[in-house]
Design a protein around this ligand. Structure first.
Ligand SMILES: [Ca+2]
Ligand SMILES: [Ca+2]
Length: 242
């Protein structure tokens, strides 16, 4: 279904006379009533119809967690897989902290983590991950509206074992901040199991606090799919398939 949609989007862009410089990839804008990519803050996320950036957005009811994590689904077609073959170049998302009792949240980091489940999605203990410099962004404070975040993901970088592109770090669940010396960036990029947005250093703990969170405009940019040009909203492009 996803691949079929991509074909339709490609056709739509041809009709619109879009140039080769248009951004391509896959996106979720929460406008069609279905949450694609299994993106969620909790097990009971829902689509709030208004108040997004714009329109609908993915919202959780109050959750008690150390800090929120926004999860994609494991092995979801279009969002995961062989990022080198897909030609992945980046990821962006809008996040809003609707409410929390953690008044220091804006001092917390916010970063993307790319997970490799090592063939066992049900067992996190062997997972390996890479993540972008947590200090590049801060989490949004409650009541400050939508914040936009974007990261370059250089899926075509080629490194020696243990070597990561500038700004990237890695680890596993034993050594959260030490990328395994026998793993390569290429192995990570060709086996992406899930994406996560995190707000706590990988090797930190924090007290549980209540959070209400929102997300909108989740976009994975790559060569062989399509997201709209600047002239069209995400919703209007999705509407082409209805
Ligand atoms: Ca939206
Ligand atoms: Ca695993």
């Amino acid at each position: 279904m996803r691949q079929l949609m991509m074909v339709f989007v490609m056709s739509a862009l041809v009709l619109l006379g879009t140039t080769a410089s248009a951004q391509t990839g896959i996106f979720e804008d929460f406008e069609d009533g279905v949450i694609d990519g299994e993106w969620r803050w909790s097990g009971s996320d829902f689509i709030e119809q208004t108040g997004g950036n714009p329109g609908g957005f993915g919202r959780c009811s109050e959750i008690w967690v150390p800090t929120p994590v926004y999860f994609g689904g494991w092995d979801v077609p279009g969002w995961t897989g062989d990022y080198q073959a897909m030609g992945v170049t980046g990821f962006s998302i809008d996040i809003m902290t609707i409410a929390t009792a953690n008044y220091n949240l804006a001092y917390y980091p916010l970063f993307i983590a790319i997970m490799n489940h090592m063939g066992t999605p049900d067992d996190i203990t062997d997972d390996v991950f890479v993540y972008y410099n947590p200090d590049a962004y801060n989490a949004p404070a409650a009541g400050t509206g939508w914040a936009s975040y974007r990261w370059d993901v250089p899926s075509d970088f080629v490194g020696a074992p243990g070597e990561l592109p500038p700004g990237w770090m890695g680890g596993n669940w034993t050594t959260q901040t030490v990328f395994p010396a026998d793993m390569t960036w290429q192995e990570m990029m060709t086996n992406v199991g899930r994406l996560e947005i995190r707000m706590l250093y990988m090797d930190y703990a924090a007290a549980y606090e209540p959070y209400e969170m929102g997300a909108d405009n989740v976009v994975l940019y790559y060569e062989n799919g399509v997201v709209p040009t600047k002239n069209m909203s995400f919703g209007s492009v999705k509407s082409l398939f209805r």
